[in-house]
Write a protein that binds this ligand. Structure first.
Ligand SMILES: Cc1cc2nc3c(=O)[nH]c(=O)nc-3n(C[C@H](O)[C@H](O)[C@H](O)COP(=O)(O)OP(=O)(O)OC[C@H]3O[C@@H](n4cnc5c(N)ncnc54)[C@H](O)[C@@H]3O)c2cc1C
Ligand SMILES: NC(=O)c1ccc[n+]([C@@H]2O[C@H](COP(=O)([O-])OP(=O)(O)OC[C@H]3O[C@@H](n4cnc5c(N)ncnc54)[C@H](O)[C@@H]3O)[C@@H](O)[C@H]2O)c1
Length: 464
């Protein structure tokens, strides 16, 4: 067997698979090594099973709303083991598709843990391979070192394999994974406590979204235990777990989820010996073209800890492959990446927050806060909130933020407008689709706030 390749990719997750297929499409001879299941975090233990669990949880609200719409006899009991079996079947199906896509692209797949053994040299499954280029796409894994005792807790990996809903769940952390699973497990019937250090969950998101999410989760019956540093997790004397906090308070639950962040998978890869340096946070250090500090070695996705999202890993993988094998230099713009948080209600956002935009120059802010027709009719408390952050000088829309039903779907579409540098005037001359929630984004007439003053002074009204 000829063990020399144009490209060896280590890790068959979102970034690695995208890079391997694109490089092969450009005619490269490509091998990809995977230590676990093909598809990586997103498909096997991340976005996909999480979203399937979110859909399951969403039926609780739909069933209760149905009553408000005149349905009778609507009831049910969630059997998590049935969901778990169906989810396992779906993940098997998706993994098989990923394997087939690699084979169809002509990429050789090796099941095994790979390591670098010298410049352009990779060892995997007892083979010593040589490559013109090596791509590290090994992703990340749950961090367990934020406080003592976290090794006792489940991570997102184990939560996604639960076969029963715990009666009570303590979620440690206030980021994406913490709020999503807190929201989902509460929807499935668990009594959820969310313990985090900051005063609000989701640091980095627009404060108007963070406040409304906290309110909505509290209204749904979750306990938000924020604003206190966390000291230690321990087993409770009568079973379950105890989370001790810096103010000497103790939070208790039957089950506990550690959602205190993720760490890049860099151990055992032979990186130091190969001259690949890590940054201060333990991620593979790369430049804008995903080049590491070692010639001939690139890295993409979560292992580089830039923006840890699937579409970003895919874009970085394809940009690398196009640049190195397609003779077309492509770079990923990490500044305006859209993202969603799949809570109930969900959040979605693209572009600058109001505060970040205001630091750069004059800004007009438009808002809409309303009870959506569906939830209002059914007697629900749900509200939707939308915000446009607009450049006070050029009228270009800089940020789009929403919390409310369908926010991820709505903001995905509007992200195209933001990418095209649409102005507020473009939004204003777009006719509404009625009746929808999304139409509010083209019906905001007057700014609710202005930051800074444009050179000619405030105009008073928004362009029509
Ligand atoms: C619970 C959860 C929910 C998420 N939800 C979303 C979401 O809704 N939307 C979103 O955009 N992002 C989401 N993410 C983030 C997303 O999953 C990651 O950003 C994405 O998977 C990163 O892709 P990657 O290719 O960098 O790494 P990964 O997908 O993690 O792939 C890395 C692969 O490398 C393999 N590997 C590691 N070391 C070796 C080795 N030495 N040899 C061979 N193989 C190796 C691993 O087994 C793995 O398969 C979520 C993450 C989690 C944990
Ligand atoms: N919907 C999505 O797109 C989605 C969903 C899940 C994950 N992700 C990606 O995965 C990444 C990882 O998610 P995550 O939630 O694990 O990480 P995160 O960085 O978003 O959140 C980690 C949380 O843990 C807290 N924390 C850390 N150390 C702590 C300590 N000592 N005491 C108390 N709290 C502590 C942080 O304050 C933060 O709230 C995300 O940043 C995101 O990029 C995306």
């Amino acid at each position: 067997m000829n063990d020399t390749y144009d490209l060896i990719v280590i890790g068959a997750g979102s970034g690695g698979v995208a890079a391997a297929r694109r490089a092969a499409a450009h005619g490269a001879r490509v091998l990809i090594a995977e230590a676990d299941r093909v598809g990586g975090t997103c498909v096997i233990r991340g976005c996909v099973p999480k979203k399937l669990m979110m859909y399951a949880a969403g039926y609780a609200q739909l069933l209760s709303e149905a009553v408000g719409f005149g349905w009778t006899g609507v009831s049910g009991r969630f059997e998590m083991a049935r969901w778990a079996d169906a989810k396992a079947h779906e993940i098997d199906r998706l993994e098989a598709i990923y394997r087939r896509m690699l084979a169809d692209a002509g990429v050789e797949l090796v099941d095994g843990r790979a390591r670098l053994s010298g410049p352009g040299l990779v060892e995997v499954a007892g083979r010593s391979l040589r490559a013109g280029r090596v791509l590290i796409a090994t992703g990340g894994a749950p961090a367990r070192d934020a406080l003592p005792g976290l090794e006792l807790a489940m991570s997102s990996n184990e939560v996604l394999n639960l076969r029963e809903v715990p009666a009570s769940l303590l979620v440690i952390g206030g980021g994406y994974i913490a709020v999503e699973f807190a929201s989902i497990l509460a929807g499935l019937g668990a009594q959820v406590t969310l313990a985090f250090r900051d005063t609000l969950p989701l640091r980095g998101f627009d404060p108007d979204l963070r406040t409304r999410l906290a309110q909505a989760l509290s209204t749904r019956g979750l306990t938000l235990a924020g604003g206190v540093a966390l000291s230690e997790l321990a087993r409770g004397s009568g079973g379950g777990f105890e989370l001790r906090r810096a103010d000497a308070s103790v939070l208790r639950a039957e089950a506990v989820l550690n959602a205190t962040g993720r760490r890049p998978n860099t151990a055992g890869l032979g990186l130091a010996e190969a001259g690949v340096q890590l940054d201060a946070r333990g991620a593979v250090a790369v430049d804008q073209d995903s080049c590491t500090t070692a010639p001939g070695i690139w890295a993409v996705g979560d292992v580089t800890n830039r923006v840890n999202l699937t579409p970003v890993a895919i874009a970085e993988g394809r940009a690398f492959a196009d640049s190195e094998f397609g003779r077309r230099r492509v770079r990923v713009d990490h500044r305006t990446v859209a993202s969603a948080v799949f809570t109930e209600p969900p959040i979605a956002t693209v572009g600058l927050t109001e505060a970040d935009a205001a630091r750069e120059g004059p800004v007009d802010v438009y808002e809409s806060d309303f009870r959506p027709m569906k939830s209002a009719f059914a007697g629900g408390a749900g509200r939707s909130y939308m915000k446009l952050v607009v450049d006070g000088l050029s009228d270009v829309v800089l940020g789009i933020h929403m919390i409310g039903t369908d926010a991820p779907e709505i903001v995905q579409s509007l992200a195209v407008a933001l990418t095209c540098r649409a102005t507020k005037a473009d939004f204003d001359r777009t006719l509404a689709v009625h009746p929808t929630a999304a139409e509010e984004f083209v019906l905001m007439r007057e700014p609710v706030r202005r930051h800074g003053t444009p050179p000619h002074g405030p105009t008073g009204t928004a362009p029509t």
